[in-house]
Write a protein that binds this ligand. Sequence first.
Ligand code: ATP
Length: 249
Amino acid sequence: MTDIPVSHPRYASLVARERVAEGVRRGYTSTQGLIAQGRGECFDYLIGEKTTPAALQAIRAAAAMLLLAERPALSVNGNVAALAAEEMVDLAAALKVPLEVNLFHRSEERVAKIADLLREKGAAQVLGERPDASVPGLDHARALATRGGIYDADVVLIPLEDGDRCEALVAMGKKVIAIDLNPLSRTARKATVSIVDNIVRAVPLLTEQVRKHSVAPRAELEAMVRDYDNEKVLRGGVREIKEHLEGQF
Ligand code: ATP
């Protein structure tokens, strides 16, 4: 990877960009993933490259929802693997659930490479190499899912997902938690809980909240979920962008 001096004012963003480029070179991120990263960077700029209060609210609700779930599932695609493989493994360990490789531009080679990367980072169980079910309403390759993972999960975490798949999972009756820097994306609008934050910042905070609340009484977790209003939080997120922009000049 290109050497980036830690003193560079855009260090975190440049490291993330390098990681996605490296993911493409190593064959686990698609070339389209570079464009998705660029779109994400743009929104990260607009929110001020920090976890906002609205995002933190969503992260807390997401942690409670994952802890209450009977069968939670965590989805990993090529950009997620490039940016937060270790962090996703850590989250899976905290919840004691498998990770599932789930690609928009699916190729068996990329699935295998990402699964190997996750195992290398210490994942206890990785699904997705032998999908045995289809999510209704999506075309063949995009519909593939695994029983015991995303297909029969009641709560699914989908970082950096496309809107159609988010909508199809919601239509199956699942609670869907998205991580997406764009509060206007179809994914963010359709998800049950939308974490508008960079995956690099959001997943460690989510794991921290899961660990913090892992022994919380069920009633407390249920109240955290009940009190959460995704539309209100998204509106708050857009307001935060506006305020951040107005404060610039
Ligand atoms: P939709 O179909 O939901 O309207 P889209 O077509 O923009 O969304 P993609 O380009 O498939 O969806 O997904 C990329 C999404 O992921 C974008 O909304 C982008 O803002 C977001 N994204 C990219 N990089 C990151 C990141 N590092 N952290 C969080 N979100 C990111």
